[in-house]
Design a protein around this ligand. Structure first.
Ligand code: RIB
Ligand code: CA
Length: 304
């Protein structure tokens, strides 16, 4: 039985690859996609989600737009990792359709309530929509299976020495998510920095189907931000991969707090050694199998 999932994202090159990974994998059923501002403004991220689903021939999968700014922090201008549109590089047509009229949190609630099996939420952007959904629909949130999020780091950050981008972008939403009672799995930089698509993978993907070529084109642009690396970290795909094959990652239960202060903004304080004595509120990914890039490119190559 495929696990039903909903991806809440900010496409974003690696978000786009995460969506294609879900579509290529029979172990999961992608029920809906919701968009949040993050890598680019909301009007771009929601359009990009539709553009990727168009490319994959999936007009049946509903897409809704959510929050266009963080809960509390001032709106921010994203960096240039993903380009002004959030999906610069590949030549993708404009979106074929408008997003659903519903707000993302209403689509999430609708999908959770309609699913006979517990829906797994896979956030791969800032957690604003997730926090708003849990606040607006606490009873529905209690029916969510798991939340497997790409974000945070037990170690160093990427947008500051302390903080990973998704958590830094909306630390208050992240704190609400970790303290919401949801069953949270945190897939952070500690493992995603080892989830690399390398040039050899791209050479192979260029010879695969349309999804493979799009992935190679996405990595070609995204790789500009990873010069000197052996490959490009496909952060968001690792969160989807954890649902597809839980054996890919090692998880450690621990207490996670989020620094919402000005100095340490966005730090995920992962008490892996139990020094606080606080009860665990999350599972943190602490290891990843070698060869994730091979696994990922094998999967993407299956999709036309
Ligand atoms: O830090 C990596 C995360 O930030 C990924 O989700 C990437 O898409 C960006 O949103
Ligand atoms: Ca993302």
């Amino acid at each position: 039985m495929a696990v039903p999932i909903l991806i809440d994202c900010d496409p974003g090159h690696d978000d786009a690859i995460a969506i294609m990974l879900a579509l290529a994998s029979p172990e999961v059923e992608l029920r809906a996609v919701t968009a949040v501002s993050g890598n680019a403004p909301l009007h771009h991220t929601v359009a990009n989600a539709i553009r990727v689903l168009d490319h994959a021939g999936r007009p049946d999968i509903p897409v809704a737009a959510g929050a266009d700014r963080p809960l509390v922090q001032d709106p921010f201008t994203p960096g240039d990792v993903h380009g002004p549109t959030g999906l610069d590089g590949p030549d993708l047509p404009p979106p074929s359709r408008e997003p659903a009229a519903a707000h993302a949190i209403d689509l999430i609630a609708e999908q959770v309530e309609a699913s006979p099996e517990p829906l797994v939420l896979v956030p791969t952007g800032p957690l604003t929509n997730i926090a708003l959904f849990a606040a607006r629909y606490p009873d529905v949130a209690a029916r969510v299976g798991r939340v497997v999020l790409m974000g945070g780091a037990a170690g160093f950050g990427n947008v500051t020495p302390n903080a990973e981008f998704n958590i830094w972008a909306d630390p208050d939403a992240a704190r609400r998510t970790f303290t919401s009672g949801l069953d949270v799995t945190m897939v952070g930089l500690d493992v995603t920095h080892r989830a690399l698509i390398e040039p050899s993978h791209c050479e192979r993907l260029l010879r695969a189907g349309r999804a493979g070529k799009l992935t190679a084109d996405l990595v070609s642009y995204y790789g500009r931000s990873h010069t000197g690396w052996a490959g490009s970290p496909i952060h968001d795909a690792v969160a989807v991969a954890q649902v597809i094959d839980p054996g890919l990652l090692t998880l450690t239960e621990c207490h996670v707090d989020v620094d919402c202060g000005p100095v340490g903004r966005g730090r995920t304080i992962c008490d892996l050694n139990g020094t606080t004595g606080l009860p665990a509120n999350a599972r943190v990914a602490t290891d990843i199998v070698p060869g994730f890039g091979d696994w990922l490119s094998d999967r993407i190559a299956r999709l036309d």
